[in-house]
Design a protein around this ligand. Structure first.
Ligand code: GLA
Length: 733
């Protein structure tokens, strides 16, 4: 049992591995938050804060009680609480007031699917328990179901909300967050992941002050700029010690996450679909389901939180045939050839890849869009999206024949698509100009020379499913890179009535999810890798359909250390695409050693993105050896536990350690990216070993106790030229 209800006190107690989450129903039906943190066994009620205080300028909605002063689970608006509400409505009379009261609840074993939305799940009912708490606003007939699921063995609690209009009149939902929680203090720092194209997910840590700190996306995608994640950490929390409260949003569109410190130094944290460019019309009897937030508590620092997310997302979010499989080493044609290739080049690339031990070759952008000589082909980014027929000048034999030729080189065949987009210079646009996201009477903004297809429309979704299925139907394509290269402006749909235009961004994401669901169901053995100009939609929502995401268009190994470390705050190695590319690097112009580039790319799913045929002699041997070696260790990287080495300062790590779940195999990568000469040796303390065991350091054949490795450390000295080194240990007894 993970969820307990104490009838006499009307107290709900949600318990997972090391954490308790407690809230209570007051006599008049308000739901007040009591506690979230380290697992609690005592009597919560004895510690209760005083709910009923009178304060200047805090209105009372009933005698002696002000919502402005209560710690709440799902605050409403216009009833005296001046902090941010969790939801907002406009009723048919134009009023904005809403007040919720407890109506009923039920506790069930397992976790139901969220309608039309990705969400965590468990195949084993015993792993997870769900509480449905039904609240009502009787005046307008609005019912709100707060959904809490507890993954008992994982320190994770998920929250989402369903709105049901049980009244006779329309309700205009203007804000519908997935969760809200009030902490009774503000003694926190806020940690989040921010960046831009080619420099995604840097770790930012800042103080909380009175007022609101928020991160958001209004771009129609979760975005390069802010990952849908934030954490509150105690002021002395480090990588290995201290309390962390993590919030991660299982959604790929516009979001808002905010932490508000009020006048009494209480902190309200909220996360959900961004109310900007959003509203949802609930006609009588209609429902609205919010996406899910995954909340993780850790009393063992940021690393403890990260490992909980890693396990949960690997085991309870990703799906499909590849979920539990080691991922193939791939070679991608993009930085090797860009648009300039023919099928002969792809076959030669595959031959070279096969000889090196690579398992899959991906033909990236540039293979489509020329049915006759009059049309432009996809030789530039501004043409042909939408025309998914093969360019017969480049690939005269067609995709299926090309795939066979590639497979004859001993490697699988993968292909690039960007199905959500259309170029103005395309047959599709000429035929269906109304299929774009657009506002009548206004011009459309171009970005990368393309428009966004209107995925709120069923006919557009059907078209996308068809064009992708036509290519996958041959059964010869084993991988799809699903790209998305612009953000949403000129928001509007020709297919929706006036009163539903603000529903477009969310309906677009629902359309996208429905397309992906249909495709992965029809082609369960195809490996889908999500991409959005690199990591512009690197979020848990996409992971439900695509168990791999392209981490960043920046393949420079030095930049990648920061990007991959930031990404690993929430996401496991197995979902990160990491490629070795050419030098000077195409994004930064930097030259780094092949060894360093390999060691950095081994933090995730190793791939190569450079002209393999150009590489000969010693370098070729080195790549072959890298691949052989990675295949040896990839199970531990992809399915083991990850620890950053070096403590305290978030992101400023000196290395990364992976350890298999049985604690037998240990891999250590140490990085010194700036090639400083004359370095002294460092003692690097390992983490998470079996403390009673002895480990063998394979390079030197020296045996050392786990205690020594963890308390005293392992002596390492990085050769200046390589910028990185690798150590492998095995548990002996
Ligand atoms: C995006 C992707 C790249 C590549 C190009 C092709 O930028 O992130 O990896 O596929 O598109 O146009």
């Amino acid at each position: 049992m993970a969820i307990f209800f104490e009838e006499d006190k009307k107290l709900f107690h949600l318990t997972a591995l090391n954490t308790s989450y407690v809230f209570q129903i007051l006599d008049a039906g308000e739901v007040v938050h009591r506690y979230w943190g380290r697992k609690y066994t005592g009597n919560i009620c004895e510690l209760m804060l005083k709910d009923f205080e009178s304060r200047a300028f805090s209105p009372e909605h009933r005698e002696g009680v002000s919502l402005d002063l209560l710690l709440q689970e799902y605050p409403s608006s216009q009833y005296g609480d001046f902090r941010e509400p969790a939801y907002e409505i406009v009723a048919t009379d134009g009023s904005m007031m809403s007040l919720l009261k407890y109506k009923s609840h039920r506790i069930v074993q397992g976790k139901a699917k969220l309608e039309e939305l990705p969400a965590t799940y468990s195949d084993d009912e015993n792993d997870v328990q769900t509480l449905y708490l039904i609240l009502v606003d009787e005046v307008i007939g609005l019912e709100i179901e707060l959904q809490y699921s507890v993954f008992e063995r994982k320190n994770a609690i998920t929250r989402s909300v369903r709105f049901i209009n049980r009244g006779d009149d329309d309700i205009d939902l203007q804000r519908a967050f997935s969760m809200s929680i009030d902490f009774d203090h503000s003694d926190f720092k806020l940690l989040h992941l921010a960046g831009a194209w080619a420099r995604e997910r840097s770790i930012i840590v800042e103080d909380l002050e009175p007022g609101i700190k928020s991160i958001q996306s209004r771009r129609g995608a979760s975005s390069h700029q802010h990952n849908p994640f934030m954490a509150l950490i105690n002021k002395n929390t480090t990588e290995d010690n201290g309390d962390v409260f993590g919030f991660s949003f299982v959604y790929s569109g516009n979001f808002l996450a905010q932490a508000e410190v009020d006048q009494f130094d209480k902190t309200r944290v909220q996360m959900g679909v961004n109310p900007s460019s959003f509203s949802w019309l609930l006609e009588s009897g209609e429902e609205f389901q919010t996406p899910e937030v995954v909340m993780v508590y850790s009393c063992s620092g940021l690393g403890g939180m990260s490992r909980t997310y890693h396990d949960l997302y690997r085991e309870n979010l990703c799906r499909g045939w590849y979920k539990d499989k080691v991922r193939p080493v791939l070679a991608n044609s993009w930085e090797a050839m860009y648009f300039d290739f023919t099928s002969d080049d792809i076959v030669a690339f595959a031959k070279s890849a096969g000889e090196l031990g690579i398992e899959l070759v991906v033909m990236d952008d540039g293979w489509f869009g020329k049915r006759d000589q009059k049309l432009l082909a996809r030789d530039v980014p501004s043409s042909s999206l939408g025309d998914w027929y093969v360019n017969s000048n480049k690939i005269p034999e067609g995709i299926a024949e090309l795939a066979k030729k590639v497979q004859q080189q001993g490697v699988g065949f993968g292909i690039w698509f960007e199905p959500e987009m259309v170029s103005p210079d395309s047959d599709l646009f000429r035929l269906h100009p109304d299929w774009c996201i657009q506002v009548e009477g206004r011009s459309m903004c171009l970005s990368r020379g393309q428009h966004i297809l209107d995925l709120t429309r069923k006919d557009v979704c059907d078209y996308i499913v068809k064009i992708v299925s036509d290519v996958l139907g041959s059964g010869l394509v084993s991988y799809v890179k699903w790209d998305m290269n612009r953000n949403m402006s000129n928001i509007g749909s020709k297919a929706l009535p006036k009163k539903r235009q603000r529903e477009v961004p969310h309906r677009y994401i629902l359309g996208l999810y429905s397309v992906l669901e249909r495709l992965i169901t029809a082609f369960p053995n195809v490996l889908f890798e999500g991409c959005a100009g690199g990591g512009g939609r690197f979020d848990p929502g996409m992971l439900q359909y695509m168990p791999q995401l392209w981490t960043s268009d920046n393949t420079d190994a030095i930049s990648r250390i920061g990007i991959q470390i930031g990404t690993s705050v929430v996401y496991p190695s197995i979902v990160m695409g990491c490629h070795v590319s050419d030098v000077p690097n195409h994004q930064t112009g930097r030259v780094t050693s092949l060894k360093f580039r390999g060691d950095v790319a081994m933090m995730g799913n190793l791939g190569y993105e450079l002209d393999l045929q150009k590489i000969s002699g010693e370098k070729r041997k080195e790549i072959k050896e890298q691949i052989r070696f990675y295949k040896d260790i990839r199970e531990t990287v992809q399915f083991g536990d990850m620890y950053w080495l070096g403590d305290t300062d978030y992101g400023k790590v000196i290395g990364v350690q992976y350890i298999s779940k049985d604690k037998k195999n240990v891999l250590v990568f140490i990085y010194e990216p700036f090639e400083n000469p004359n370095l002294s040796t460092k003692m690097v303390k390992l983490k998470g070993l079996n403390s009673k065991a002895t480990y063998l350091l394979l390079a030197s054949n020296v045996m050392t106790s786990a205690q020594q490795l963890m308390d005293v450390g392992l002596e390492v000295k990085i050769p200046a030229i390589d910028s990185s080194m690798f150590l492998q240990l095995e548990m002996i007894y």
